[in-house]
Design a protein around this ligand. Structure first.
Ligand SMILES: [Zn+2]
Length: 215
């Protein structure tokens, strides 16, 4: 497991989101959010919203585009997370990343499991809905693509068609990614319930630490 190093040792909150469940929580500007694959190979789906104005949300395509232009990332890695048009504000910065390969497109939904012969299966879209409902935010208030899928690598198969396949999670037990909040954030997170290679055929929980800034 990586240490918190210059991030500072002050853990203001620590909790586990058990497998196939979700939670929404605040991370104040300047605090760090550490997402830890404490049980091993598992994907976490994260949404970032402005705590003061939840209509302002992380945008995948805008963040991918700005990182590509800045040379700091692309479709597998981001250094900076930005909100959607028209605001385009910096919401969070990745300050540490043990795995380095992620995905920023969508979430599992009921229709996927219907097609896989598992109707009624838990899915990240409904898990987001559950944890954000107390904040007055429904599925219709969320962009369906703009999800930061932590530790979820894909491999591109055909450059012309753009087809791709999912690989197993990019993390080893104890690996972490750390975000610095650049505004007061409402973060919604799921421990993805998919029993495929996406979660190494064994969905698990994920640990979260909220760290106060040093000094
Ligand atoms: Zn999922």
């Amino acid at each position: 497991m990586s240490d918190t190093g210059s991030i500072g040792p002050l853990v203001s909150d620590e909790f586990v989101i058990p497998k196939a469940s979700s939670r929404a929580f605040r991370v104040e500007q300047g605090q760090h959010l550490r997402v830890i694959a404490h049980e091993g190979k598992q994907v976490a789906d994260l949404r970032f919203l402005n705590a003061a104005d939840p209509a302002e949300q992380f945008s995948s395509w805008l963040s991918i585009s700005l990182n590509r232009i800045a040379g700091t990332g692309g479709t597998r890695r981001l250094q900076t997370l930005h909100s959607a048009l028209p605001r385009q504000n910096l919401m969070a910065t990745v300050v540490s990343d043990d795995a380095g390969r992620h995905q920023f497109y969508g979430q599992c939904i009921a229709a996927f499991y219907d097609k896989m012969g598992q109707p009624g299966h838990a899915n990240c879209a409904e898990l987001f809905e559950e944890c954000l409902a107390p904040h007055g935010i429904g599925m219709a208030n969320l962009d369906d693509t703009s999800v930061f899928n932590v530790f979820m690598p894909v491999r591109y198969l055909d450059d012309e068609l753009g087809t791709y396949e999912f690989l197993g999670p990019s993390c080893e037990p104890g690996d972490a990614i750390v975000f610095r909040a650049e505004m007061d954030l409402l973060v919604a997170a799921t421990s993805c319930p998919e029993e495929t290679i996406v979660n190494d055929f064994d969905p698990k929980g994920m640990m979260y630490q909220i760290l106060d800034p040093p000094g």
